[in-house]
Design a protein around this ligand. Structure first.
Ligand code: GDP
Ligand code: MG
Length: 442
C-alpha cells in the first residue's frame, strides 16, 4: 500500500536533526519504489523524485531548523503539485444551461456520477436535467432513471420523436428541452466500452459536437491501475476533456491513477466519487488527497462532511474532541459514534482519521449495530456514570445491563473499547492532534 510505504520511509528521517545526502537519497528512492508499485506513471515519478531531491538538498544546504520535517513538507507539496494543485470551479455557461458531458470507459462510474453531480448541482442552487445518451446497453436508460430518482433530478430519456436508438439525437433534443424549460444545467450521460474503441469515441465526439459542452468530464476508475494513463490519453486525444473525476476512491487503490492523470493529461481532477450512494461524492482537493496518501488523515474532509450532516456547533465540538480538547466521556463517545454513523459509512469516516493506517484491522471488525448497543447501554447510565465511568461497580453494571437489555459481559466489553478509544484520543492529541498532522508543517 502506497501510503504505508511512504509513511515507513519517513520514519527514519522524521526525528532527525540533521539530514545527510544519503538520508535524502534513501528516502527518495524508497518513495520512488512505492510510487512505481502503486502504478504511478514513470514520467510522473521521475519528475516527482527529481523535484523532491533537489528541494531537499537545498533545504539541507540552507540548514533549515528541522530538515526531517522539511523533507516531509517538500514531499507533501510536491504531491499536491502532481495532483493538479488547487481545485478550480466548474465552468458555467454565461447563458444557461451549462452543459456537462460525461465520458469514460464502461463501468467507470459515469451513470452513478450523473446522479451525484445532479444532486450536487441542485444543492448549489441549479436546476439540473440528466440526459440519457447511453443507448448501448439495454438497461442504461433505466439505470439513469433510477439514479435520477434517487438524486431528485429529472431525466430526459429517449422516446418516440426525440431520438430512439440515436444517442446524438437524444442529446440534442434533451438540450433543446432544457433550454425550453429553462433548466440551468444539463448532464449528458454517454456510453462506454470495456476498452478504448473508435466507434465509441466517434459517438462521444458526435454527441460533443451536437451539444457543445462547457465541461467534458472524463470519469476514471481509480482502481484500474496501469491502464489509467493510456485510457486518459486516449480520451484526451479522442473526444478531449476539460476535467477529471476519480471514481471508486473508496477502494483500496489509494492513488496510483490519481497521482498520474492530472500531470499526464494536463487537466485537473475536479471531483472524487467515493461509493455507490448518491451522496458519496465530493470536490477533489489535491492537498487533502496528498495528506491522505501520506496517512495524515483527511481531517478537513471529515469536518466538512460533519458540517453538512449537522449544525456547525456540533461539528466544531466533535473536531475539538478529536483534537483532544477537554475530557472525553462516554457521552462523547456515544455522540461521536452516532455522528459518524449519520455521516454515512462508518468505516469510511474512521478511515479518514489520522493514524488509522495502522488500525485497519480494528476497522474491518467494526460492526455498525454496535452503535445501537452502545446507545442502549449509555442511555441506561446516570449522568454521573456517563461522565465518570470509574464508579461503575458490579451492581451498577448489573442495573445497566437490565435497563439496556444487554449483559454485564457486553458492558465490560464496551468499557474496554471506550478505554482504548480514550487512549487513542490522547495519543492523537500528543502527536499534535489531527490539526498538527503528525508533525507536518502546513
Ligand atoms: P458507467 O458504465 O460508467 O456508467 O458506470 P456505472 O455508473 O454504471 O458504475 C459501474 C459500477 O460501479 C456500478 O456498480 C456502480 O454502483 C459502481 N460505482 C460507481 N462509482 C462508484 C464509486 O465511487 N465507488 C464504488 N464503490 N462503486 C462505484
Ligand atoms: Mg452508464
Amino acid at each position: 500500500n502506497l501510503s504505508d510505504r511512504i509513511t515507513a520511509s519517513f520514519k527514519q528521517v522524521r526525528g532527525k536533526g540533521r539530514l545527510s545526502e544519503a538520508d535524502i537519497d534513501a528516502t527518495v528512492s524508497e518513495i520512488r519504489r512505492a510510487l512505481l508499485e502503486a502504478d504511478v506513471a514513470l514520467p510522473v515519478v521521475r519528475q516527482f523524485t527529481a523535484n523532491v531531491r533537489q528541494q531537499a538538498k537545498e533545504a539541507v544546504a540552507s540548514q533549515a531548523l528541522n530538515p526531517g520535517q522539511q523533507l516531509i513538507k517538500i514531499v507533501n507539496d510536491e504531491l499536491v503539485e502532481i495532483l493538479g494543485g488547487a481545485a478550480r470551479d466548474l465552468h458555467l455557461a454565461k447563458n444557461p444551461p451549462t452543459v456537462i458531458m460525461l465520458a469514460g470507459l464502461q463501468g467507470a462510474g459515469k451513470t452513478t456520477l450523473a446522479g451525484k453531480l445532479g444532486r450536487w448541482l441542485r444543492e448549489q442552487g441549479h436546476t439540473p436535467l440528466l440526459v440519457a445518451s447511453d443507448l448501448q446497453r439495454p438497461n442504461a436508460v433505466n439505470q439513469l432513471q433510477i439514479v435520477g430518482e434517487r438524486a431528485g433530478v429529472p431525466v430526459w430519456a429517449p422516446e418516440p420523436g426525440n431520438g430512439v436508438g440515436d444517442p446524438v439525437q437524444v442529446a440534442r433534443t434533451g438540450l433543446a428541452h432544457a433550454q425550453d424549460k429553462q433548466y440551468s444545467a444539463v448532464v449528458v450521460d454517454t456510453a462506454g466500452r470495456l476498452g478504448v474503441d473508435t466507434e465509441m469515441m466517434q459517438q462521444a465526439i458526435d454527441i460533443r459536437d451536437a451539444v457543445d459542452p462547457h465541461e467534458i468530464l472524463f470519469v476514471l476508475d481509480a482502481m484500474i491501475g496501469q491502464d489509467a494513463v493510456h485510457t486518459a490519453e486516449a480520451f484526451r486525444d479522442g473526444v478531449g476533456f476539460t476535467g477529471v473525476v476519480l471514481s471508486k476512491l473508496d477502494g483500496d487503490a489509494r492513488g496510483g491513477a490519481a497521482l498520474s492523470v492530472a500531470t499526464v493529461t494536463g487537466q485537473p481532477v475536479l471531483f472524487a466519487s467515493t461509493g455507490e450512494k448518491v451522496t458519496d461524492f465530493e470536490r477533489f482537493h489535491a492537498d487533502r488527497m496528498a495528506s491522505r496518501i501520506l496517512d495524515m488523515g483527511d481531517v478537513l474532509t471529515l469536518i466538512e462532511q460533519a458540517e453538512r450532516a449537522f449544525d456547525a456547533d456540533e461539528a466544531e465540538e466533535l473536531a475539538g474532541k478529536l483534537a483532544g480538547d477537554g475530557d472525553f466521556t462516554l457521552q462523547d463517545f456515544l455522540a461521536q459514534l452516532q455522528q459518524l454513523r449519520k455521516m454515512g459509512s462508518m468505516k469510511k469516516m474512521l478511515g479518514m482519521l489520522p493514524g488509522m493506517g495502522q488500525m485497519r484491522e480494528q476497522l474491518e471488525s467494526f460492526d455498525e449495530r454496535e452503535v445501537d448497543r452502545v446507545e442502549a447501554i449509555v442511555r441506561s447510565m446516570t449522568p454521573a456514570e456517563r461522565t465518570n465511568p470509574k464508579i461503575l461497580n458490579g451492581s451498577r453494571r448489573q442495573r445497566i445491563a437490565r435497563g439496556s437489555g444487554t449483559t454485564v459481559t457486553e458492558i465490560n466489553a464496551l468499557m474496554d473499547r471506550f478505554d482504548k478509544a480514550k487512549t487513542m484520543m490522547r495519543q492523537m492529541a500528543r502527536n499534535g492532534g489531527p490539526g498538527g498532522m503528525g508533525g507536518v508543517p502546513g
